[in-house]
Write a protein that binds this ligand. Structure first.
Ligand code: CO
Length: 412
């Protein structure tokens, strides 16, 4: 379990954006013999081979081949994106002698934790090279280049009781002093393409702090983007070690609603499955199981009333099965029964999560894919504290427990 978690933290260290997460997964898949497919090419799939395909370099689907029509695939769904601050197209502004880079908030980010952190920048640039050829490059500045300083308490005595955050004016990262800052030349130099001409960018700020084991007995892991790179990692490990037909689908844009050409609401997964299954598509879908893995809210010790005690997942007490009568989660008694039977048979504990009836419920890619594909689905997730913060906390045991269940689930 220790190496499992160490490698998880390293995977997240190397994955500041969905582009990097997909890149990391590709490295692992290729080292295990998975072959790359091109969506624009002809697929001549060979029995006994394993494959992967990416879209936009930010969503990835990998699978063993062939699926068994009798049993179908076990499809593990997760998302590669996390809430963050995204650089605006013309980002440079200056105030009080400090050069700043303007940002948009991507997804439902908890903004407070972004103050006073050592931030770096990563993502994709599109540029013309010296020969005038348009190219793309995925880059990571790596070193801390920015910080959003808090306003001192002396200048706002109400800071601890009533400070709110204006997303336009209060969270503009500060990157230096001086009169002028030529962002285009700077970012091209960082990309080692100084002679190029920048056309567009898709760059995200992230915290440079590495992942940690936390707790007197190292019971916890802390990192950014545990939601949902933890699930991507667990799914990937299960796919590599599985002995039955399995697929993982790690999709971008979940945190902004999944409705994009790379998101779970788009065509990527369905088109991939149709190419695999051909005329057996419906049979394959009806015999397959989707396990939508996305972190669950653990009960917070300082705010215990935010959960109902009967359905309050705790850290290190097992993966949470998410249930919602209104289908914000796609779990049914049939899919839950199968999952619980498997877990119990191999001695792994699980928990159940239901949002308090007087509170709104989040959602996942589970209901979206379930509705789109007609596939029976279970929503599960590793209990996590501080979800959508710049640093989240999970138990060391729960991701590993989920991995063990996913390895065996195809047998049940
Ligand atoms: Co999530």
């Amino acid at each position: 379990m220790r190496p499992f978690n160490e490698n998880l933290l390293k995977f997240i260290d190397a994955s500041p954006t969905p582009f990097h997460a997909v890149g990391q997964m590709v490295i692992v898949l290729e080292s295990k013999g998975f072959k790359k497919l091109d969506e624009c090419g002809v697929w001549d799939l060979v029995d006994g081979e394993n494959y992967y395909v990416t879209r936009n370099d930010s969503s990835i689907i990998a699978f063993t081949y062939p699926p068994e029509l009798e049993k179908g695939y076990t499809i593990i769904g997760a998302h590669t994106d996390s809430p963050h601050l995204r650089l605006k197209p013309n980002p440079v502004t200056k105030s009080a002698g400090i050069i700043r880079l303007g940002v948009e908030v991507y997804g439902g980010a908890l903004l407070n934790p972004w103050f006073d952190r050592d931030l770096s920048l990563a993502g994709r640039i599109v540029y013309l090279d010296v020969d005038g050829v348009r190219r793309e490059k995925i880059i990571d500045v790596k070193r801390p280049i920015a910080l959003i300083a808090s306003l001192a308490i002396h200048l706002d005595r109400e800071a601890n009781s009533s400070r709110s955050i204006n997303a336009q004016t209060d969270i503009v990262p500060m990157i230096g002093c001086g009169e002028e800052f030529d962002f285009e030349s700077w970012i091209l130099k960082e990309a080692r393409e100084s002679n190029g001409k920048l056309l567009a960018h898709e760059l995200s700020f992230y915290d440079t702090q590495k992942g940690s084991f936390i707790g007197i007995h190292e019971e916890f892991i802390a990192h950014a983007r545990l939601d949902n790179l933890l699930s991507c990692y667990v799914g990937l490990q299960a796919l590599i070690d599985s002995n039955y037909p399995m697929m993982i689908a790690c999709m971008d844009h979940e945190e902004v609603g999944s409705d994009s050409h790379v998101g779970a609401g788009g065509t990527f997964l369905e088109e991939t499955l149709r190419r695999i299954a051909g005329e057996n598509f419906t049979t394959l879908m009806r015999r397959s199981l989707m396990v939508s893995c996305d972190n669950a809210h653990a009960q917070h010790p300082n705010f215990p009333t935010k959960h109902e005690s009967q359905h309050a997942p705790l850290l290190n007490r097992g993966v949470a099965i998410k249930i919602n009568a209104n289908q914000r989660y796609a779990t049914s008694s049939r899919t839950m029964g199968r999952f619980v039977q498997c877990a119990q048979s191999i001695g792994v504990v699980t928990q159940t999560f239901v949002t308090r009836s007087d509170m709104g419920c989040g959602s996942t890619i589970g209901p979206i894919t379930s509705a789109r594909l007609g596939i029976e689905t279970i929503d599960v997730g590793v209990p996590t504290l501080g979800m959508h913060s710049i640093r989240e906390l999970a138990g060391t045991e729960d991701g590993y427990g989920l991995f063990k269940i996913l390895l065996q689930l195809g047998e049940y």
